[in-house]
Design a protein around this ligand. Sequence first.
Ligand SMILES: [Zn+2]
Length: 177
Amino acid sequence: MRCFDRTQIPLAARAFNEAEMLVCRYFRLTGDELRKNRYEVKTLAFLEQHEVKDGAFAHLCKYTYEKRSVDASDGCEGFDFYRVCLQDNVILDAVDRAGSFVKLAPLMLYVAAHELIHVLRFGSGLSDFNAPAEEKELEEKLVHSLTRSALKLVRHTDLDIVSECFSGEFSLGDICN
Ligand SMILES: [Zn+2]
């Protein structure tokens, strides 16, 4: 499968940095407040088999870590952790298919902002990761419209095309433990 190359990986990283700033501005959060929702981003080459999924630009996995303390009487403290699993091949195929209309940079910015908003909403309890399919569909629509509004903070004509073209192609990931 096609993976991001040496120029595309830093481009994806920059998209996430820019998306973090935008999401913070839009929701009036500090960077620390956003990062309290633990998450990381991985490209296709670094994904586990079960994190690879065709058809979506990105796949969000939620993991719960249980850390047992040395003294068993303290019990254990666990935390949730999100991994944004980028499906490089699906993203690159979409850019190819769209010819000159859709460029990788604005598409990546859209994907990044969209996934960060999911993480933020799941992490803060505004949305339930384990919700039934119907509820997830509504959540998907809401996240799409929040993403579009957040991206309005940057003027970028290519972005409008991206949000028009690809609105329907995102899907929430399954739960992976
Ligand atoms: Zn989504």
